[in-house]
Design a protein around this ligand. Structure first.
Ligand SMILES: Cc1cc2nc3c(=O)[nH]c(=O)nc-3n(C[C@H](O)[C@H](O)[C@H](O)COP(=O)(O)OP(=O)(O)OC[C@H]3O[C@@H](n4cnc5c(N)ncnc54)[C@H](O)[C@@H]3O)c2cc1C
Length: 607
């Protein structure tokens, strides 16, 4: 079964994406237009991305003192992606978009993620432009977002600083009003920024005519000092090259300088940079200080940035999933072709017999099945979340609000679960290749290196877990968690009507109760230090429960035509997940439930 068939099953049979055409916004679309988008993206990914995945890994970006040098293939991939219209796929027709459902956009982008995750940085550009469409002024949308959608400019997100990663309230980049007329600039209130931003992806390159940095910085209060905490953070558009109100380059270079490139373990096709803002390397309009235009209101920066971060988190979940999927497919192919060993019969092995292929060994099947269950399950979760985004934007007020709530609770899982388990899938893909998997002659080690990033950026694993247990399951009096439990309950009820699924329905009901009980127990003393001491094991158990639900729901869709091998595979993957994976939650939840302080109280000197 091809990846395309898996994707189409989830999209059409399971999620009924075609039904979205009944919504006014998507009325011009049909199964044919959706398929055409998938077809185009699959082709571009096959021709312009996949053949160069190793090239961009080996020829990592370098700086010659003037410019960042990238392989030619990166330029070709960038051009083809922009020409496909995918940068503005979900946008209105009037601004050149396709009004494509996010579900289909997300599915189409999965081909690129699987072919070469790092060759393109389109996700950052469209995320940046989408944020401006939500929070920018009409002119900011026209000048910056539209040029990004057209592929003329590209975008970044500049949050992290050398001393402030997880703790964004500690950023030190400052923004001060630029002149007495600063509020009168048509592009938005104009400020001068100074500070250093670390880890900025796609922060410097020559792929596009301009780079639009979205930068978090603090405006000093009346006492001249930055306002402490996240309340003091504002958001600014800082173009690498200044533009006029028509979006044309004015010929002035802004005071944003590349301080250096970071040399990464993986994901090397995308430059990663330390940027100095306002150090005076490129004095502009009579002085040092990077010129930036305020987006939204002062102090509203983090709230605006979350628009991009939430989108990016689902995007990261899809990236992790597809790297896992790439490893799964490579190791499946290898296992079908590699002869090694003989079956053990009652009389031992018969060395006179030819060797069997490794896919015939139970342990290799276990490793393949684990990858299938993690990666295809995760793909289903990502598409489900994408479907919720469409519901949030185009559903009835009640459906939209429910989708919003569900996304609040599911986003940490959508980002973190594949970052952990599809990475584990990559490790098993290496294992299946034996020694060959540990060499650069096969692609699987690169998938692992590329995937290792995903537990780190966009909020580390630990930070996502704190967000889930410390905020998301409690918010609005637990309404998000209750709604999720309701949806899971609905799947359980439907599954109970099928004898072959009853066992799993019972098991899922039990898991759901355990998660609920652990959530209450964690918070029963009202002490965050106790409740959150085991936030990651909580997130692991929560994630496994969500994935068990997703698999049970997928199994319901597969039941009707269980006679075909693809659906048989889905039902068996469901069985695998319930028998080999879901039982793991007991160990994770035990420590949460007991508010176990073994780790939290461990004396530093005893390490
Ligand atoms: C390749 C790459 C690309 C990136 N791209 C971008 C980008 O484009 N834009 C951008 O702004 N940033 C980017 N980042 C930065 C990324 O978001 C940060 O690395 C991440 O937020 C973690 O920050 P840190 O590296 O400073 O680690 P730290 O915050 O120092 O964390 C170190 C460890 O401590 C743990 N920890 C920290 N605080 C807590 C806490 N309160 N409770 C429990 N555990 C905690 C973390 O979970 C982690 O395990 C990128 C990073 C990388 C590596």
């Amino acid at each position: 079964m091809s990846y395309r068939q898996t994707l189409e099953f989830l999209l059409y049979q399971w999620l009924d994406a075609e039904a979205l055409n009944q919504r006014t916004r998507f009325a011009d679309h049909s199964r044919e237009t959706f398929d055409a988008v998938l077809e185009t993206c699959e082709r571009i990914a096959r021709e312009k991305y996949a053949p160069f995945n190793r090239t961009v890994d080996i020829e990592e970006p370098r700086f010659d003192g003037e410019q960042v040098i990238l392989p030619q293939a990166t330029y070709e991939a960038q051009k083809a992606y922009a020409a496909s219209g995918m940068l503005s796929a979900a946008q209105d027709y009037e601004i050149g978009g396709m009004q494509l459902p996010y579900t289909v956009e997300s599915a189409a982008n999965s081909f690129f993620a699987m072919a070469s995750i790092s060759i393109g940085s389109g996700m950052l550009t469209s995320g940046n432009a989408n944020l401006l469409m939500a929070h920018g002024t009409p002119l900011q949308k026209e000048v910056f977002a539209r040029n990004e959608f057209a592929g003329r400019f590209s975008g970044t997100m500049c949050l992290s600083e050398p001393q402030a990663g997880s703790s964004l309230s500690d950023i030190a980049t400052r923004a001060v009003p630029d002149g007495t007329d600063f509020e009168g600039d048509p592009l938005g209130p104009r400020y001068r920024l100074t500070g250093n931003k670390m880890w900025i992806s796609a922060g410097e390159h020559e792929l596009t005519g301009n780079i639009i940095h979205l930068v978090l910085a603090k405006i000093p209060g009346p006492d001249g000092k930055p306002v402490p905490g996240t309340r003091g953070i504002s958001l600014f558009i800082v173009p690498k090259k200044l533009v006029d109100t028509q979006g044309h380059l004015t010929g002035e270079r802004n005071d944003v300088a590349l301080a250096g490139l970071n040399h990464k373990c993986g994901w090397r096709g995308t430059t990663n940079t330390l940027l100095n803002f306002g150090e005076g390397k490129y004095p502009v309009r009579g002085g040092a200080g990077a010129i930036g235009y305020l987006v939204g209101r002062p102090g509203d920066g983090l709230r605006c940035m979350f628009h991009m971060m939430n989108e990016a988190r689902i995007g990261i979940g899809m990236a992790a999933t597809m790297l896992g999927m790439a490893g799964y497919r490579a190791s499946l192919d290898y296992a079908k072709n590699r002869p090694q060993g003989r079956p053990i019969g009652p009389a031992g092995k018969d060395s006179a017999k030819p060797q069997i292929r490794i896919i015939e060994h139970a342990d290799v099947k276990r490793m393949l099945l684990a990858q299938k269950a993690w990666c295809e399950g995760s793909l289903a979760l990502q598409l489900y979340c994408a479907r919720l985004v469409d519901e949030q934007h185009t559903g009835s007020p009640q459906a939209a609000d429910e989708a919003r709530l569900l996304l609040e609770v599911l986003t940490p899982i959508a980002k973190s679960w594949p970052s952990e388990w599809c990475l584990e899938a990559n490790s098993l893909a290496i294992q299946i290749h034996g020694g060959y998997g540990y060499t650069r002659d096969f692609p699987v080690e690169q998938y692992w290196r590329d995937n290792r990033l995903n537990m780190i950026h966009e909020g580390t694993h630990g930070i996502q877990a704190l967000d889930l247990l410390g905020r998301k399951v409690l918010m609005e009096n637990g309404a998000g968690l209750a709604l999720l439990a309701d949806r899971i309950g609905n799947t359980i009820d439907r599954a109970r009507r099928h004898p072959e699924l009853t066992e799993f329905a019972d098991q899922l009901e039990q898991a759901l109760q355990q998660v609920g009980a652990a959530t209450r127990a964690a918070w029963s003393t009202g002490q965050p230090s106790e409740a959150l001491a085991n936030a990651v094991p909580y997130m692991q158990a929560f994630g496994h429960t969500v994935l068990a639900w997703i698999w049970l729901d997928v199994a319901l869709a597969a039941l009707g035509t269980a006679s075909d091998t693809a659906n048989q595979g889905r039902l068996l993957a469901t069985r695998f997940f319930f028998r080999y994976e879901l039982p793991k939650i007991d160990a994770w939840l035990n420590v949460v439930q007991a508010r176990d302080m073994t780790c939290a109280d461990f004396p530093e000197e005893a390490f």
